[in-house]
Design a protein around this ligand. Sequence first.
Ligand code: SF4
Length: 254
Amino acid sequence: MKKKMAYIGEIAPLSLSDYFGEPACVIFFSGCNFNCGYCQNWKLKKSSNEHLTDIESIKKVISENKLVTACKVTGGEPLLQLDALLEIGRFAKSIGLKFGIDTNGSLPEALAKILHLLDLVSIDIKADLDEESYRRVIGLQSPPVSEVIKSIEIAMRSDAYVEFRMVVIPGYNDSTKTMKSVSETLRALGYEEKASKGKACFNLIEFVPENAFDEDFRGIKNPSVSLLHDLAVSSGLKNARITHRGLGILKPVY
Ligand code: SF4
């Protein structure tokens, strides 16, 4: 029988910071359809034959670590390899693990097909949800903003916990105007109701210049803890959080 393969750049058998409150096995799929200048995982932007991995060997790594209670797939953009993702998700659930993914939100149809397996979906919000703002951050002439909005709608209607992740990049998305515009869009799509049930959060994350893909982005200073805090407050969203190296890990704002 032909082996099922996936483009996988890396596996972290045990992470304490990638899945809320759960020790998790994290799988990094390679290949991405965005070209973000700030990308922190840019070595995984392109998939190559070196990354081709037998899915059975991934299942072995997941099941061998008895300390983990969850499995998370990140990237890259995991939904570009939907079949492999479904296979891993089904396996993780079959051995009693929680299952989650990170996504840039550009593939709502693929998201809809895997939603039944997801306990957690983390969707990137790159900037104000309009084409011009997205173009500056993701490096594509035609940013799929309407697809991102569709993904948010789909995730919001699901039972999964939804994290909206926004990497705060000074000069690109660090204004209170951006926070208000993003929070208005999220509210219109049902954020407050889901957050009230403890099923959604808005996480503002420190941009780390030294890890950035693009040289221009490497010259930007990282945002301070107080800036992230003020932006989280200005969003007015329930369950707003900040993530900054200066704080250790995730901190709720309110
Ligand atoms: S930041 Fe995420 S969406 Fe952007 S290029 Fe990197 S992996 Fe892709």
